[in-house]
Write a protein that binds this ligand. Structure first.
Ligand code: AHR
Length: 473
């Protein structure tokens, strides 16, 4: 997942402050903690996004009443109180059981600043920086593994050319040190869209052992037009179809970027890290457009499930992915209004798909009819499968067709199973949402539309649904 100092993701979202009447632990909202913990988020990326390249970490440590007030010039020129900083973020990760992924400031920060942030987080050695950490209440280093060197450095992160970025990356990364017991996984800032030249220059000019991964960002715009992206909930079938077509197009982009990586790194040592992805619509009417607050419908859930299937099927190269963003911004898992909280349809996809974590990919073939709109067509069904350490198989299937049930048949060569159970996420309309007035409209239900013939699995996939099945001996 990804959380940025943007709109109401952190402030008035995850972090309500310790004087809030909303139940919290040191200002971190406990209902959000419980909800995030339940879906086992492996990694949380912070503090941006574009905000990362204007964030100075020293502003966010020490007594809160002494922290400087700054302005979040990236997102709406609002006052940044800096009351949620390094210690608060690391506490959030501890509470929800996630690893931390910090995006360092390369755009407006110095090499020394980035280097000292890592020392503050990861060093167990004696120095004034680690003494400062101890004075601020933390004796042991946190040992943060994932480190981003800049964000969208072709744009908000410094408007660099790939050649400039590659050179600068080498310099910054040289001082992103591995402290004893704290090896860093450094992630370089990837291309703008599907710019394969950017990837080519990076792979050519940065020694492979200087980076753990390269990032990739992909947003699904319902209309495909940044000027008028489309509403989160008020759309017809043509826009629904276009959203799905645009979402599935991430597969082509991944293939193109992987082809470049494969030329320089055939052993796939460097990861592709899709550290921002999701549906980006127009902001909800009546909200601050700079806050990027959008509702979330069954359509978002179908995009999330299909995208996660694509990531699973590319898991030889994609080692991490982070939905943008966690709470109250873009395609969120959770929306809040005062003390109220709703779990979005997207949340339930993450709940369903957590079974694939730490499992081994099982290649799966499902033949799919097309879902047709006018003269355009996309496969109605997509899928991925894995086997966990206990030998349990999980298969996740998505039917994008909003009106037709699709029957699929598949098998897992060399693997036998007898017991099967499943869950489904669907609703009456693709526009259905969980609102503050009706928070339980889109929810998980038990699923029984499957059968076994010899060793073949047959599933009747309801229209506009996500189904995850568990197959056991
Ligand atoms: O997620 C919102 C923004 O989208 C991020 O800050 C930036 O990295 C991307 O352009």
């Amino acid at each position: 997942m990804f959380s940025e100092h943007l709109g109401r993701d952190i402030y008035d979202g995850i972090y309500v402050g310790n004087h809030s009447t909303i139940p919290n632990k040191d200002g971190i909202r406990l209902d959000i903690v419980d909800a995030l913990k339940a879906i086992k988020i492996p990694v949380l990326r912070w503090p941006g996004g574009c905000f990362a390249d204007e964030y100075h970490w020293m502003d966010g440590i020490g007594p809160k009443d002494k922290r400087p007030q700054t302005v979040n010039t990236t997102w709406g020129n609002v006052t940044e109180t800096n009351s949620f900083g390094t210690h608060e973020f690391m506490q959030l990760c501890d509470l929800i059981g996630s690893e931390a992924y910090i995006a360092g400031n390369m755009g407006s920060g110095t090499v020394r600043e980035m280097s000292q942030w890592i020392e503050y987080l990861n060093s167990g050695l004696e120095s004034s920086i680690t003494k400062l950490r101890k004075q601020n209440g933390r004796n042991e280093p946190w040992r943060v593994p994932f480190w981003g060197v800049g964000n969208e450095s072709w744009g908000c992160g410094g408007n660099m050319t790939p050649e400039q970025y590659a050179q600068l990356y080498r310099r910054y990364a040289s001082f992103c040190l591995n402290y004893p017991g704290s090896p860093l996984k450094k992630i370089a800032s990837g291309p703008n869209g599907n710019d394969t030249h950017w990837m080519d220059v990076l792979l050519k000019n940065i020694p492979l052992n200087m980076m753990w991964g390269v990032s990739l960002h992909y947003y699904t715009l319902p209309t495909g037009d940044w000027g008028k992206k489309g509403s989160a909930t008020d759309f017809g079938e043509t826009e629904y179809f276009n959203t799905m077509k645009n979402a599935l197009a991430i597969n082509d982009m991944i293939n193109d970027q992987e082809a470049v990586m494969d030329r320089y790194d055939p052993e796939k040592k460097v990861a592709l890290v899709v550290d921002e992805w999701g549906v980006w619509t127009d902001a909800e009417p009546g909200t601050n457009p700079a806050f990027l607050y959008q509702q979330n419908s069954l359509r978002d859930a179908l995009v999330a499930a299909s995208t996660l299937n694509i990531f699973n099927n590319h898991s030889d190269r994609i080692k991490m992915a982070n939905l943008a963003q966690t709470v109250n911004v873009l395609q969120s898992l959770i929306l809040t209004k005062g003390p109220q909280m709703v779990l979005t349809p997207t949340y339930f996809v993450f709940d369903l798909y957590k079974v694939h974590q730490n499992a081994t990919l099982l290649p799966v073939q499902v033949s799919s009819p097309d879902y047709v709109s006018g003269d355009q067509r996309i496969p109605a069904v997509n899928a991925s499968a894995s086997v966990d350490s206990a030998g349990v198989i999980h298969i996740s299937l998505v039917n994008l067709d909003p009106s037709k049930t699709v029957a699929v048949r598949t098998s897992f060569a060399g693997r036998s199973w007898n017991k099967i159970n499943g869950k489904v996420l669907t609703s009456g309309k693709v526009n259905d949402e969980n609102s503050f007035d009706n928070p339980g409209k889109v929810k998980l239900k038990n699923f029984t539309g499957f059968s076994k013939e010899k060793n073949d699995l047959t599933v009747q996939l309801p229209p506009k649904s996500v189904v995850v099945l568990e197959l056991k001996k």
